[in-house]
Design a protein around this ligand. Structure first.
Ligand SMILES: *Cc1c(COP(=O)(O)O)cnc(C)c1O
Length: 225
């Protein structure tokens, strides 16, 4: 069986052969459903950023690994009653799609910690999925989040539906790339993070300008159910 460190090595080679030389690419290991032991193996292979989607599952893992220099990213849907713990235990939140949630994260971010890094989740599938805001709503939300002192707006995130046609998938990722360029120009921002691409489509996302790929099964193998 292929090990976690071999998988990470293979991914790094794929990144090197796909990304442009000027493109910085960060690997986020999505550790939902994975054991502490699997996380330690990824850590030993050099991974420092880990992503979780379910708060209840994440909190005990984060606590049990607190002595290691890990950066935790929250990726899942956010209910209002979860914002306090998310603001206290994570460094990044990729799934912000409502101002009310951003305002709560801002209020609840402990002052002893640096600002919470934020990506706005964009829905590129139109009516087909409910998560994320429409691209046309991004400018207003970005402008409002910019005003919140304990948040640092870093970029955009998407989870597009799986499409088998590679060119179509590329076009969808490219929409997020252009939306980020547009926000940077119109709001004079310097958003530097495009959180797009998962295990099945990260090379396509990289071609479209992704700077952060969120990999679960490509690193850890099939998720235990
Ligand atoms: C689970 C998850 C991933 C990782 O999915 P894989 O297909 O295992 O790479 C990435 N992003 C989000 C938001 C997820 O929920």
């Amino acid at each position: 069986m292929i090990s976690i460190s071999e998988r990470i090595h293979n991914i790094q080679q794929q990144i090197a052969s796909t990304a442009r030389s000027s493109q910085t690419v960060q690997i986020l290991a999505v550790s939902k459903g994975q054991t502490r032991e699997a996380i330690l193996q990824a850590y030993a292979a050099g991974i420092r950023d880990f992503g979780e989607s379910y708060l209840q599952e994440a909190l005990p893992k984060i606590a049990s690994l607190a002595t290691l220099p890990l950066t935790w990213h929250f990726l899942g849907p956010i209910q209002s009653n979860k914002t306090k713990a998310i603001a206290a235990h994570f460094s990044w939140v990729h799934s912000v799609s409502r101002l009310q949630i951003a305002e709560r994260l801002n209020q609840q971010r402990p002052l002893t910690l640096p600002p919470l890094n934020i990506c706005i989740q964009i829905n590129l599938d139109g009516e087909a999925t409910k998560s994320g805001i429409q691209p046309t709503e991004a400018l207003a939300l970005a402008q409002s989040i910019q005003q919140l002192p304990h948040l640092k707006l870093r970029g955009l995130m998407c989870i597009p539906q799986k499409i088998s046609a590679t060119t179509k998938q590329y076009d969808i990722f490219l929409q997020l790339y252009y939306l980020q360029q547009q926000l940077n120009q119109q709001l004079e921002l310097s958003l530097d993070t495009l959180s797009m691409g998962m295990s099945d489509d990260f090379t396509i996302a990289l071609q479209a300008g992704s700077t952060l790929i969120r990999l679960g099964q490509a690193i850890f193998g099939q998720r235990p159910s």
